[in-house]
Ligand binder design. Structure first.
Ligand SMILES: O=C(CO)[C@H](O)[C@H](O)COP(=O)(O)O
Ligand SMILES: [Fe+2]
Length: 215
């Protein structure tokens, strides 16, 4: 299991220092919110660009943005390694995923708790990663929605049947209790924001999640 600390719960006045505090995690999860797709505003590509020289982690950019096609080039140039786009945020998911790959970045499709796996079935051969939201997007610190776990299992099964390679990521409400559930369901990457940055020792929290996932 790869742990992806979400800087949504970090101290924004100390972002560079906060990123250094979780460098034991292979991924850094960066939540991009536009105030339209979700009722919150966070970072743009300039913040990704500013952090890039301070980390060698995989920058996992989760775009909670309407019409993400407008911003792919900017996030790719800023140093994103993975760009995730919501199926609910565009009428042209195939086009935008292709655009991400053409920019030399790993492409991820994201589904909200209310969206079934069937909605993304046609694009699974195109993607490097699928993100199953385990909370409704927009804010950190929300409770894990256990009804979303069956979608992780469904995706793991589909991947096996179709001989595909995508990784399965979960995001929202991951903590010392829920990490075991998502691991057992077949998730490869787990995002954790408040559980990691809500502590005085974020690196210890990352290590704890990893250890618990190993069983
Ligand atoms: O995409 C997100 C919210 O939309 C965040 O990545 C997610 O909520 C992480 O925060 P927490 O671990 O506190 O739930
Ligand atoms: Fe996220």
């Amino acid at each position: 299991m790869k742990i992806a600390p979400s800087i949504l719960s970090a101290d924004f006045a100390e972002l560079k220092t906060e990123v250094k505090r979780v460098e034991n995690a292979p991924y850094l999860h960066i939540d991009i919110m536009d105030g339209q797709f979700v009722d919150n505003l966070t970072f743009g590509p300039n913040v990704v660009k500013a952090l890039r020289p301070h980390s060698s982690q995989v920058f996992d950019c989760h775009l909670m943005v309407i019409n993400p096609e407008k911003y792919i080039k900017a996030f790719a140039q800023a140093g994103a390694d993975i760009i995730g786009v919501h199926i609910e945020a565009t009428a042209h998911i195939h086009r935008v995923l292709s655009q991400i790959k053409q920019a030399g970045v790993k492409a991820e499709v994201v589904i909200n708790p209310g969206t079934p796996v069937a909605a993304i079935k046609e694009v699974l051969p195109l993607v490097d990663q699928v993100l199953v939201m385990t909370v409704d997007p927009g804010f950190g610190g929300q409770a894990f929605l256990s009804e979303t776990v069956s979608k992780v299992k469904e995706l793991a099964q589909l991947r096996l049947q179709a001989g595909l390679q995508f990784e399965i990521e979960v995001d929202g409400g991951v903590n010392a209790d829920t990490i075991k559930t998502v691991t057992a369901a077949g998730a490869d990457v787990a995002v954790a924001g408040s559980f990691v940055f809500g502590s005085d020792d974020p690196a210890k929290q990352v290590a704890l999640l990893k250890e618990l996932a190993q069983g």
